[in-house]
Design a protein around this ligand. Structure first.
Ligand code: ADP
Length: 551
C-alpha cells in the first residue's frame, strides 16, 4: 500500500475513532443526565398526580385546572399534558406556553378523582349476611346511599363555588373515605342550599341504583363498586396524565438532523484527511523520485525545500547530501585530472629521453641518468604525498604522539636546513622561548616544519633571510616561518593550501615541488587540533604560522 494511502487510512482511522468516542461519550453523558432527570420526574410525577387529583376533589370540576398545570410545569420544569380517556386534550403545558405540543413519550398515569367507599371493620362484622341475602343488605345499604348523597353535596357545592370564582373550602375524608366539605360557610354564595336540594333530589335514584347488590352474597364489594359507578355520573371524569416530551428522550439524541450533521462531519474529515495525506506524501514522493535520479548519476538533482518541519528538514538534508556528493565527485574528477596532469610531464620527459636513447639520438651519460632519476624521484614523491594526503583526509593517517619540546624540534629543523640555506645564499635563524612541550607526532611535525622551511628557502632570493620563531601564546604554542622572499599575490593566498596549486606551475615543478606539501602540512596540523595560516605581501615575503594546543 502506498505511503499516501497509509497516511490517509491512519489519519482517517484516528479521526473517525475520535469522533466516534466523542459522540458516544456525549450521548452517554446526556443519556445519564436525562435518566437522572427522568428519575426526578418520576418522583415529581407522584406529587403531580396527587396535586391534580386533589384539585378535582376539592373543586368538583376540572374547570380552572390550567392555572395549576401552568404552575406545576414551571416549578418542575416539566411538560404536562392531561387528556380524557378518549385522548381529548383537557390541558397541555405546551399550549399554555404558546408553542406546538410535542409528542409525548412516557406511559400516562391515570388520575381518577372518584373516592373509594370503604366500610369500617366494625360495620362489616355487624352486617347480617343472612339479611343481606334476603334483600336487606344490613346497615351497609343506607350508609352507601348517604355516602353518595354526601359526596354529591360536596361536589356540587365545590363546583358551584368554583363556577363563581370562589375558592372552595378544603375537604377532608370522613370515616368512609368520602371527602366532606364544610358547606356551612358564612358566605357560601347560595351554593349550600343548591347543593343540598340537588343532593336530596337524587336520593331515590341512588337507592334504586345500589339495590342491585341485595342479591349478592357479599354486599360490601358490590356496594363499593356501585358507589364508584354512581358518583362517576357527577364527579369530574378521570384523566390521563402525560409527563415529558419526545425532545427530552435520550434515544432522540440520534435524530435525523444529527445523523445528517454527523455524515457531513465525516465527509469533511475524509476530504481533510485526503488533503493532509496528499500534503504529507507529496514531498515524500518528490524525495523518492529525486533519490532515484541521484542513484542514476544525476548528481545535480535537488528537491524543493519546503518549510521548517521534519519533511522540510529532510528535503534540506537531501539537498545537502546531493550537493556534498556532487562536490565530492567534482573534487574526485579534479584530483584525477590533476594527478594525470602532474604525472604526464615527468613521464613524458622520461619517455622522450628513453626513446632518444633507444634511437641513439642522445648518448648515455652520467648527467642524463641523474636527470632521469630526478624525474622518476619526483613522480614517486607525488605518489607518496598523494597517499599521505588521501590517508590524512580520510582520517587514516596514523600518528605516534608523545610529549616533546617543540623548541628543540625547531632547532633540529634549522640545523637540518642550514646546508641548503647556505647553498641558496639565504640566512636561516631560529628564536625559541623554550621549553615548549607539546603532545604530538614528532616526525609528522618535523615534516610540516621541513615543508615550510624548504618553501621559504626556495622562494627567497640570495641574500634573503628566513627566520624561525616558536613561542607560547594564550593556551597555544605558535611556530612562525618568516621569509623575505617573493611573497604571494593577495589573489593567490586563498589557494596556497589547495592540492597541486602553484603560483608558477612551470617554475615550481622545476624546483621539484609536488604542489601537495602545504595541503598535507595543514591537514597534519589540523589533525593535532591546531591550524596553519599564511600572511604574505608580494615582493616582501611570507609568514607561515601554525599553532598547537598546549598538552
Ligand atoms: P610545492 O611542493 O610545490 O612547494 P607546496 O604545497 O608546498 O608545494 O606550495 C604550493 C605553492 O605555494 C608553491 O608552489 C608556491 O607557489 C607557493 N608557496 C609556498 N610557500 C611559499 C613561500 N614561502 N613564498 C612564496 N610562495 C610560496
Amino acid at each position: 500500500m502506498s505511503f499516501r494511502f497509509r497516511v490517509f487510512g491512519l489519519v482517517l482511522l484516528v479521526a473517525v475513532i475520535a469522533i466516534g468516542v466523542t459522540a458516544w461519550l456525549s450521548i452517554r453523558l446526556t443519556a445519564l443526565q436525562i435518566a437522572e432527570s427522568q428519575q426526578t420526574a418520576t418522583r415529581n410525577e407522584v406529587a403531580t398526580v396527587r396535586e391534580i387529583r386533589e384539585y378535582a376533589v376539592r373543586h368538583g370540576t376540572w374547570a380552572g385546572i390550567d392555572n395549576l398545570v401552568r404552575r406545576l410545569s414551571n416549578t418542575n420544569q416539566q411538560r404536562i399534558r392531561l387528556t380524557n380517556l378518549y385522548g381529548q386534550v383537557t390541558v397541555d403545558s405546551d399550549h399554555l406556553a404558546n408553542r406546538q405540543a410535542r409528542k409525548v413519550v412516557a406511559a400516562p398515569a391515570l388520575i381518577d378523582p372518584r373516592p373509594t367507599l370503604t366500610f369500617p371493620q366494625k360495620l362489616l362484622s355487624a352486617a347480617d349476611p343472612e339479611r343481606a341475602k334476603t334483600g336487606g343488605g344490613g346497615r351497609l345499604e343506607p350508609v352507601t346511599a348517604s355516602a353518595i348523597a354526601q359526596y354529591r353535596r360536596t361536589v356540587l357545592f365545590a363546583r358551584c363555588l368554583t363556577n363563581q370564582y370562589v375558592q372552595p373550602p378544603p375537604v377532608a375524608p370522613d370515616e368512609y373515605g368520602i371527602p366532606v366539605a364544610n358547606v356551612h360557610l358564612a358566605d357560601d354564595h347560595g351554593c349550600g342550599e343548591e347543593a343540598k336540594a340537588s343532593a336530596a333530589q337524587d336520593q331515590q335514584g341512588d337507592l334504586a341504583f345500589i339495590s342491585g347488590c341485595r342479591s349478592e352474597d357479599q354486599p360490601a364489594p358490590c356496594l363499593t363498586r356501585s358507589f364508584g359507578e354512581r358518583v362517576a355520573t357527577f364527579t369530574p371524569e378521570p384523566l390521563l396524565l402525560y409527563l415529558g416530551a419526545v425532545a427530552d428522550d435520550a434515544t432522540n439524541l440520534i435524530s435525523r438532523p444529527g445523523l445528517i450533521a454527523g455524515g457531513g462531519v465525516l465527509i469533511l474529515v475524509i476530504l481533510g484527511t485526503a488533503v493532509i495525506a496528499r500534503h504529507v506524501s507529496l514531498p515524500v514522493r518528490d524525495l523518492t523520485a529525486a533519490s532515484r535520479r541521484l542513484a542514476d548519476g544525476h548528481l545535480d538533482t535537488r528537491v524543493r525545500s519546503g518549510g521548517r518541519d521534519e519533511l522540510g528538514q529532510l528535503s534540506d538534508s537531501f539537498n545537502r547530501m546531493a550537493a556534498a556528493l556532487e562536490a565530492s565527485e567534482q573534487a574526485q574528477r579534479r584530483l584525477v585530472a590533476s594527478v594525470a596532469h602532474e604525472l604526464r610531464t615527468p613521464l613524458s620527459n622520461l619517455l622522450g629521453y628513453l626513446e632518444a636513447l633507444q634511437d641513439g639520438l642522445v648518448a648515455p651519460s652520467r648527467e642524463l641518468f641523474a636527470s632521469l632519476h630526478d624525474e622518476a624521484e619526483l613522480q614517486r614523491r607525488i605518489l607518496d604525498d598523494l597517499q599521505d594526503l588521501t590517508l590524512a583526509e580520510a582520517g587514516h593517517l596514523t600518528y605516534r604522539r608523545s610529549v616533546f619540546d617543540l623548541a628543540d624540534l625547531v632547532d633540529i629543523a634549522r640545523v637540518a636546513h642550514l646546508a641548503v640555506a647556505e647553498a641558496a645564499g639565504v640566512r636561516l635563524t631560529a628564536e625559541t622561548a623554550g621549553p615548549l612541550p607539546v603532545h604530538a607526532d614528532h616526525d609528522r611535525l618535523r615534516q610540516v616544519l621541513g615543508n615550510l622551511i624548504g618553501n621559504a628557502i626556495r622562494y627567497t632570493d640570495r641574500g634573503g633571510h628566513v627566520s624561525l620563531r616558536a613561542f607560547p601564546d594564550a593556551g597555544h604554542i605558535t611556530v612562525e616561518v618568516r621569509d623575505t622572499g617573493c611573497g604571494i599575490a593577495p589573489a593567490d593566498v586563498p589557494f596556497v593550501f589547495q592540492r597541486f596549486w602553484r603560483a608558477d606551475p612551470a617554475r615550481d615543478r622545476a624546483t621539484g615541488g609536488s604542489g601537495l606539501g602545504l595541503t598535507i602540512a595543514r591537514q597534519i596540523v589540523r589533525d593535532h587540533a591546531g591550524d596553519l595560516t599564511v600572511e604574505s605581501t608580494l615582493g616582501e615575503g611570507s609568514t607561515f604560522r601554525f599553532t598547537l594546543p598546549r598538552p
